[in-house]
Ligand binder design. Structure first.
Ligand SMILES: Cc1ncc(COP(=O)(O)O)c(C=O)c1O
Length: 288
């Protein structure tokens, strides 16, 4: 017996998914709409808002009278709203799946933390708001700084970087500024990065203008100290080491690594992406 529908959808209960090859009308999958760019749509000449008719003689605008169409497509109000809702659904979120890699700042963030960060008292603050109106947020930042200096054993913290790679940029820019202040920037153009490093480490060094030199790792996945020592010299600005490293291993030779680095006149950038694993056990500030 032939199928009852005419577009070829399977009607028999034992039909496999592979038989179901006919695309949906919108090209979308389930409720995820496959949306064309608004420039590809047919919204030219449309508008979702009614603005008061502008004077066309330019009397309100001095010489600033528009001569040509601005070339932006128009959308009705529901089209604009649906566009932004669809964009928001393209975000990866902890409610959809885990963060496997690529955002060490977020990997361990429970849902509750994101909710707290969205409290109006934080998220609605304007950067130029009078300080007297943001005392609660300032107190929180001060308390956080105190906790971080206590846990890391470092003399100070910067709260400006928004994520791990941003923190690397902040650190390497500080290192470059320190070499510039000492008049050594021109001679120190290399940054040493172990092969086990997360990709953002060499990317950051290159972004700040350094050339990246790889340091080998041992068979058990730690920094090869002999290889490091052979590459340190007066042309090295810094070394970037993550501890515990990206293989999840604590760098047992960390104090020797920092001693060798400082002896060569270079700085040690310690990537704290995996700091959670050592909190309360050891402080990076005590490791040189
Ligand atoms: C060792 C390491 N460094 C840096 C980063 C970059 O951090 P972010 O993704 O927060 O920018 C990551 C991210 O997973 C990382 O694992």
């Amino acid at each position: 017996m032939s199928t009852m529908n005419t577009v070829g959808r399977p009607t028999a209960p034992n039909a496999s998914d592979n038989d179901y090859k006919h695309p949906t009308l919108t090209g979308g999958r389930g409720l995820l709409q496959d949306e064309a760019l608004i420039f590809e749509g047919e919204g030219w000449g449309k508008t979702g808002v009614d603005l008061p008719k502008a004077k066309t003689d330019g009397s309100d605008l001095g010489d600033l009278v528009r001569r040509d169409p601005i070339g932006l497509p128009g959308l009705s109000e529901p089209e604009a709203m649906r566009h932004y809702v669809r964009l928001s659904q393209k975000n990866h979120a902890i409610d959809l799946a885990i963060y496997p890699l690529g955002s060490c700042t977020m990997k361990h963030n429970p849902r509750l933390n994101e909710k707290m960060a969205r409290l109006a008292g934080f998220s609605d603050i304007h950067p130029l708001q009078p300080q007297s109106t943001v005392q609660g947020a300032l107190e929180l930042m001060d308390t956080l700084s105190h906790w971080l200096t206590t846990l890391t054993g470092m003399p100070a913290v910067a709260l400006s970087p928004k994520a791990g790679a941003h923190g690397e940029l902040c650190g390497l820019m500080a290192i470059r500024a320190a070499h510039e202040a000492k008049g050594e920037h021109e001679q120190r153009r290399k940054v040493l990065v172990p092969t086990s490093a997360h990709g953002t480490n060499p990317a950051t060094a290159a972004f700040v203008g350094y050339s990246v030199v790889e340091v080998a790792q041992t068979d058990d996945g730690r920094v090869d100290v002999a290889d490091l020592a052979s590459k340190l010299g007066p042309d090295v600005a810094a070394i970037m080491v993550t501890n515990p490293n990206t293989c999840g291993l604590f760098e047992r030779d960390i104090m020797e690594i920092s001693r060798l680095t400082h002896a060569a006149g270079a700085y040690f950038y310690c990537d704290g992406a995996n700091f959670n694993a050592i909190v309360g056990r050891v402080r990076p500030g005590d490791l040189g």
